[in-house]
Ligand binder design. Sequence first.
Ligand code: MN
Length: 337
Amino acid sequence: MGHSATWFQQLRKLSYANISGGLIEKGQSRVIDASLTLIRERAKLKGELVRSLGGVKASATLLGIPLGHNSSFLQGPAFAPPRIREAIWCGSTNSSTEEGKELNDPRVLTDVGDVPVQEIRDCGINDDKLMNIISESVKIVMEEETLHPLILGGDHSISYPVVRAISEKLGGPVDILHLDAHPDIYDAFEGNKYSHASPFARIMEGGHARRLLQVGLRSINKEGREQGKRFGVEQYEMRTFSRDRQMLENLRLGQGVKGVYISVDVDCLDPAFAPGVSHIEPGGLSFRDVLNILHNLQADVVAADVVEFNPQRDTVDGMTAMVAAKLVRELTAKISK
Ligand SMILES: [Mn+2]
């Protein structure tokens, strides 16, 4: 990333020298078109494959968004998608989900690759545009009606353009189940409205969610609680989890809206279960707590994300990669129909 910053500085110097803005913009749009074209063609192919196999309403479709620069602390989540894919298909376990869905069946799980975030940024494209490209990529996947996005983050900033795309494409708000140590609802963080600490402020302002349930919270300050009240967020903190458990393990969501979106920040888990995250916050959920919440959730889950896995902080045997991969596997079971 230091490399692209340097390259962009060079580009700017050059553009001050003699290159017209128009020339650079034209080049940027060609790169954007190429990026979207690859996702579109892969989505078409996977959509055709799933249709030809028949009998499917929804296949979970992996779309990686290797973006880490909106993190306030470490940027490692940019490197997560390939590590998660590797762990999903790792030979140490079989390809069946806990409730018996077969992941190697494309009617259950398919993949359209990554949004080439670094390549796009390397061309000097700013975050306003990048967020639109992410939204556009999600909508392209959804053009194939049987393909339902399952997003591999990336830091949590990606949830805003993803949820925006989903609610725009479906034509109304969704309910969101958000598992996280943090509410990520700052109006802006260190001046960045796209910060990974702010996506849910953008989502709620935009009217993209009706209900937002936050579960696993244990690092929340005055602004986090005030913003929560302001947007009518249902915030469940770890300090009262033993009291809330029964209810949270029997949720029913999404009636009267376009569906349910699940956003899982890996740091919702206690660091004993998932050490490979940027913000280590003790006192979190167990992996089984999370699975109980997901398995028992009654909802039409239309899409989901798994974010904030930081491979640069993982153990040498990639334990958190396996944790993130199992979250993806069990979310696949939830999405596919
Ligand atoms: Mn978090």
